[in-house]
Design a protein around this ligand. Structure first.
Ligand code: SPD
Length: 295
């Protein structure tokens, strides 16, 4: 049988691809084209509408940083909202924080949850069973408009600004999220690969800096998101959350007894130090001076 290579079709001028040793599931859900396949190196791979979402080999990186950068910055995070993230990876990391009493995950596509539990239960199955997990199948946009709850942190784990995810990168959505945050709460959302899609980081920075007092993107290296640093935009009305000393982060991690494979207190501090080409995108797009750590 001919070897099938599955391509990411997101970038207009180039396409990374991964060999599909075995296609485990392929379906057009109500919302998107979903393929789960196996590759000898990457493990199990999820691709949605032609965009690589996760591999079981490197998912720990994205999920740890999305959860621990906001939650380690908070003294006692209790209520967390995750928009998207139907694979359960961010939920798993959020629930590692013992002070979290409730983690609400709002996913538009039930099939993403069902197939994730079926094909890579090692990512989120345990988290979905946790008593503190509150899973809601709904449109995240509508959810944040309608909710009367207030969250310590809102984590938007969405795909790229296209298809069902497009609205999750819009200014009205960011503003509605702020209304659902406790005072000084933290908002994070992925802003992709600034080397390739600088406009994504620029438009998010522009929108967030018109809504929040402090905006500070941070970076990680996500091997399956081919193409340089991967960026996550962080925003809050409390800039102090951005300046938590490394030693305090280390004490919190020890007290919470959180085991990680990527996040460390030192990484956390350094992740906000941006390469010049990314800092320039942020400075140009921001309506206020970039939030900088004091030390
Ligand atoms: N470029 C792809 C970004 C995808 C972000 N979402 C990943 C979902 C993993 N939980």
């Amino acid at each position: 049988m001919a070897t099938r290579w599955i391509e990411e079709t997101f970038h207009a001028d180039w396409r990374p691809r991964i060999r599909a040793d075995k296609v485990l599931h392929e379906v057009k859900t109500e919302h998107q084209h979903l393929v789960i396949f196996e590759n000898r190196f990457w493990g199990k791979v999820l691709i949605l509408d032609g965009v690589f979402q996760l591999t079981t080999r490197d998912e720990f990186i994205y999920h740890e940083v999305m959860a621990h950068i906001p939650l380690m910055a908070l003294e006692r995070p209790r209520k967390v909202l995750i928009v998207g993230g139907g694979d359960g990876g961010v939920l798993r990391e959020v629930l590692k924080h013992p002070s979290v009493q409730e983690a609400t995950l709002v996913e538009i596509d039930q099939e993403v949850i069902d197939t994730s539990i079926k094909f890579y239960p090692e990512i989120g199955k345990k988290a979905f069973k946790d008593k503190r997990a509150n899973v809601v199948i709904a449109d995240g946009l509508k959810f944040v408009v309608e909710t009367t709850e207030k969250y310590d942190a809102i984590i938007v784990d969405s795909s790229e600004p296209m298809g069902p995810s497009a609205v999750l990168h819009s200014k009205p959505f960011f503003a509605d999220c702020k209304k659902a945050l406790k005072e000084g709460g933290i908002f994070v959302t992925q802003t992709s690969l600034p080397f390739h899609t600088p406009a994504h980081l620029a438009s998010t920075t522009k929108a967030l800096s018109s809504i929040y007092k402090a905006v500070a993107p941070f970076v990680c290296t996500q091997p399956c998101y081919f193409g340089g640093e991967f960026c996550i935009s962080w925003a809050s009305d409390n800039a102090e959350h951005h300046e938590v000393p490394t030693a305090t982060l280390a004490r919190r991690a020890a007290r919470r007894d959180i085991k990680t494979n990527y996040w460390t207190p030192g990484y956390h501090t350094g992740a906000f130090a941006l390469p010049a080409y990314i800092q320039k995108i942020v400075d140009k797009a921001s309506s206020k001076p970039a939030t900088k750590r004091k030390k």
